[in-house]
Design a protein around this ligand. Structure first.
Ligand code: PLP
Length: 440
């Protein structure tokens, strides 16, 4: 362990707990009222730009993925109330949830079956658009359906896209890049599941496997890509484009809440819980939601006990200058989508004024929650996804937060959204294995 970290362990209780690999809940003391402090690494206007880009691509996406016809080429997931799961959490974990509980089902996002279908696909589309515009093959005012024509596939075929991934990001980048016609290489860490590698290969994606962790796969991918002028590297550790792709979720969610007549205002707080790996997905979604709901939305990240890199980065203020290994933690978790040992280089700074807190959870509980959700709601989501319930099963900490924010009397009117981040594409035999995990 790094010796300069002892002081943090001794003085910040959540860091102490986390370093001993016990579940914990960190409340962000640096959160300030909305608008008081803005970190200008990304700006709100860029969310609009991202939304418009996705709209330009909608006719193409409709053409490329028949499953998107229903939504006119917009990749979006359902928002579903899960009263049975609320009862389950209250009965089994004493969660004491008063308001409504909903599930944001990014686990079932079309095309790649995880939250990565937001950021990952967005970044590939942006890169493709940049290349085609620059080459004079495309104008922003064109109907992007033309991108499905052989001439464009041939054009993109001269270029390579590369990414390092624990699995789901590789699926998004791989599927989308291959569809456009890019040569695509996915560098997979040891945590990545075999079925994800198989599926990608079946779609014409080159998969390179590493015996090492996520950071090593990213490092190799970056090196490989830097050697080739025609290659573009999707950099999960630094990418603003991924972040912006995720942030569009904010206004999409707003439309869904309005449609379901669920108010969000001073008397009706919204609580959102999002599983966190490197931080791009939960950070982007949080950023998008904060632009819309300001102080009325309360966003929490959730992490596995063995890979709580964002908690360490934010609670110590060291951000990406610290990793779970520096605390003597191995980074190994069954929550493969969250198996990241070092947080993003910029997300922690961007969300520092707006994030409410971070809860951590043991792997075993992820399986229990997975079975609970399947049993009560007939919804299957993958273990990583189940981390979205980590804060809800710590009622005392949530209460402390509500008290601090002056929300205690408003909690009966609160809406809680657990952000399910993956699961739809998990094959049947893997599901069966998961469902047996940790049972006596
Ligand atoms: C990637 C992923 C996350 C978290 O996203 P990050 O950008 O890595 O923080 C959460 N859940 C699942 C299932 C994922 O694949």
């Amino acid at each position: 362990m790094r010796t300069d970290l002892q002081n943090f362990i001794d003085t910040i209780p959540a860091v102490g707990d986390a370093s001993r690999q016990t579940e914990t809940f960190w409340l962000n003391e640096k959160k300030v009222p909305q608008g008081e402090k803005r970190i200008d690494l990304v700006c709100p206007e860029q969310i609009d730009d991202a939304r418009r880009r996705l709209e330009r691509f909608a006719p193409y996406l409709c053409e490329a993925f028949p499953e998107l016809r229903e939504t006119g080429g917009i990749i979006e997931s359902k928002l579903r109330e899960i009263p049975g799961m609320k009862d389950y959490l209250n009965e089994v974990y004493g969660a004491g949830i008063e308001g409504r509980l909903l599930l944001k089902m990014d686990s079932h996002l079309p095309v790649s079956g995880s939250v990565k279908a937001r950021g990952g696909i967005y970044e590939v589309l942006k890169h493709g658009e940049d290349l085609a515009l620059e080459a004079g093959l495309l104008k922003e005012t064109d109907n992007y359906r033309v991108l499905a024509e052989p001439k464009f596939r041939e054009f993109f075929g001269k270029y390579t896209v590369q990414v390092g991934s624990t699995g789901n990001l590789g699926m998004s980048i791989g599927i989308m890049s291959a569809k456009l016609g890019f040569h695509v290489i996915v560098h997979m860490s040891a945590d990545a599941k075999q079925w994800k590698k198989d599926l990608l290969r079946s779609r014409g994606v080159e998969v390179i496997e590493y015996a090492d962790d996520y950071c090593a796969a990213v490092e190799q991918g970056r090196k490989n890509s830097d050697k080739d002028e025609q290659s573009y590297f999707v950099d999960d550790e630094n990418s603003k484009n991924l972040f912006l792709g995720y942030s569009v979720a904010g206004e999409r969610l707003k439309a869904q809440l309005e449609e379901q007549k669920i108010p969000v205002d001073e008397d009706h707080p919204l609580f959102v819980y999002i599983p966190c790996g490197i931080g791009g997905a939960p950070g982007g979604v949080t950023y998008g939601l904060k632009q819309i709901y300001g102080d009325h939305v309360h966003c929490f990240f959730t992490e596995p006990v063995h890979a709580c890199c964002m908690l360490f980065g934010m609670a110590t203020g060291l951000q990406d200058q610290v990793s779970v290994r520096d605390f003597g933690i191995d980074g190994r978790t069954d929550a493969d989508g969250l198996a990241v040992g070092r947080p993003s280089a910029f997300v922690g700074r961007v969300v520092e004024p707006v994030l409410s807190g971070i809860a951590t959870i043991e792997d075993q509980k992820l399986y229990d929650l997975m079975r609970g959700l399947l049993d009560r709601e007939d919804i299957f989501i993958e273990p990583s996804s189940c981390a979205s319930f980590a804060a809800l099963i710590r009622p005392n900490d949530l209460k402390k937060y509500a008290e601090r924010e002056g929300l205690l009397d408003k909690m009966p009117n609160a809406t809680h959204i657990a952000w399910a981040t993956g699961g739809n594409m998990v094959p049947e035999d893997t599901r069966r294995e998961y469902l047996k995990k940790g049972l006596a």
